[in-house]
Structure formats: C-alpha cells, structure tokens
Design a protein around this ligand. Sequence first.
Ligand code: UDP
Ligand code: MG
Length: 318
Amino acid sequence: MENVLYLVIPCYNEEEVLPETSARLREKINELIGKKKIDARSRVIFVNDGSKDRTWELIEELHQKDKIFGGINLSRNRGHQNALLAGLMTVKDHADMVISMDADLQDDINAINEMVDKYLDGTDIVYGVRSNRQKDTFFKKITAEGFYKLMNGMGANTVFNHADYRLMSKRALEGLAQYGEVNLFLRGIVPMIGYSTDVVYYERGERFAGESKYPLGKMLSFAVEGVTSLSTRPIRMITGLGFFIFLISIGMLIYSLVRHFTGETIVGWTTLMVSVWAIGGLILLSLGVVGEYIGKIYLETKARPRFIIEQFLNDENE
Ligand code: UDP
Ligand code: MG
C-alpha cells in the first residue's frame, strides 16, 4: 500500500450539500491521482451521524455509482466529534493518510494538495488553519475567536483557528487510537500525539447550502467540554480563589478584633448579608466545577463505546 488517501466527512442531515460536495471531492481526488500524488485506491468516506433526512440513502447511491465513495452508517446521532472518530478509526487500517473535513466544504478543498505535499515530505500531522473569517457573520467570528481565547486561557491548548480540517498519517492515527477518552475533543488530543506537524493556511468560505449544525449553544457546550476534558486548570483557579478569600478573611478577622477592642463595634448587618451571599455564590460555583469533573469521571469509568457502526460500505479494489 502506498500513499492511499482517505477523506473522512461526518454528515448530519446534509442531503442538500452531498451532491455538490461529492462531485467536487471526486474531482479533487481524481486530480491528485492523475498527478500521481496519491494511490488510485484513494477514497472519500462519508460518515452518516444518524441523520433524519435522506443522507444515508444518498451515500449508498454514491457508493453504488462510483467506488471512490464509501460510507459508514452510525447506529444513531453521536455528534460531530464521535462521528469523526468513528470514521478515522474505521479507515486507518485502509489508508496511509487521512484527511478529515466538514460536509459543507467551508474549508477550501484546494488546501488538500498542500497537505498531501507536506505528508509526502514526511510530516505526520498537517493542520488546516483559517487565514481569515471574512465570509463568516460578525457574530460567528466574534464567538468563534472568543472560543479559542477561552480555551487557551483555561489550559486547553489548541491550534488557533484550526477546526477539524487536518491530515493525519497512519501512525498518528494509531497514536490517536490509544486515547480511550469518552469526553472527546479531538483538536485538543491531536497535538498531544506528537510526531512532526505543520500547518496549511486557507480561506474559509460560506456554507453553500443548508444551515449550520453548530449554533451558539452547541459551541458553548463544546468549549466547556473541551476545557474540562483537557485540563484541570479550572479546579486550580478555584483553589487559588479560595486561598485569596481565606487571606481576606484573616484580614477581616484582625480588623474586627481591632474594632472590637477599640469599642467601635457596629451592627454589621450589611457586611453579614454581603458575605453570606458572596460565600454562598463561591461555594455553589466551586461545587459546580467540581461536579463537572465528577461527571466526567463517571462517564469515563463506564467506558461506554464511543460509537457503534451499523454498516461500512467500501470497495478497496482498484
Ligand atoms: N455534524 C455531525 N453531527 C452532528 C452535527 C454536525 O456529523 O451532530 C457534521 C456536519 O454534517 C458537518 C460538520 O459536522 O459536516 C460541521 O457542522 P457545521 O458545518 O454545521 O458546523 P459549522 O461549520 O457551522 O461550525
Ligand atoms: Mg460548516
């Protein structure tokens, strides 16, 4: 096997974009095969993440018409990250390099050429990085950039402006396979694998059909997920805060004693109310954060399967 490239595309209710996406990707793969950069057994694999529309039927049709297309049908909707992992783990035994990307082709597929070139030069992981976000709405841009800042500030180190558009070599995928975590945040785990890495810049376009499956709410929970499954910095911050409050309380103790002995004690209703609320709030916040981690431990100890594959359509013959 030599330089076999597999593209992995998670799809959730993508019937509107699949015809166009598949046509463009076929063209791209054939171009690369023509240039002898990749093997003729390279494939495009769509992962159907429990779509409610005709996505899987479309994938089956594509597979029947052209063996360049394959499909993985998950037993139900498991979310983008799990769908992507299911795809990567399934194809890693068939490919030498795998590129993951979204079905809506917001990520410029011409960056694939450069990614493959870097792979051929010996790079194991090539990150696709957005050079600008002019096409995104102002709101999406601000929230998305805030997302990366928040993530890094909280100790979850990720590549800035990189989503899940990346090339990984077979051995990098073997590395990824050893991370058994259920709370999956791929773009945080991939940098932990190591090996040689590089980036490719591209311009992010608009979704050409259908609407975003990642509204603000999902993005926020994704950020919380990312932080709590990658780092324990929030716990440390709480410890720091607790220590700081403790110092203040010692100061207050001395202050009250001094006031008491100089006979200036006043009825401290205000102080009392304020402290009760402040401490109460802090305790609740801390409990929430601790609970967040306990929830994670609970899920990890159960070691539930991260995805279940109902069907894998793939034709490996040349
Ligand atoms: N997706 C998925 N499962 C989900 C939600 C989304 O597989 O539960 C896929 C979706 O089909 C697309 C990719 O994840 O290929 C990214 O979604 P989208 O383009 O809607 O996100 P955005 O680009 O708006 O952040
Ligand atoms: Mg998109």
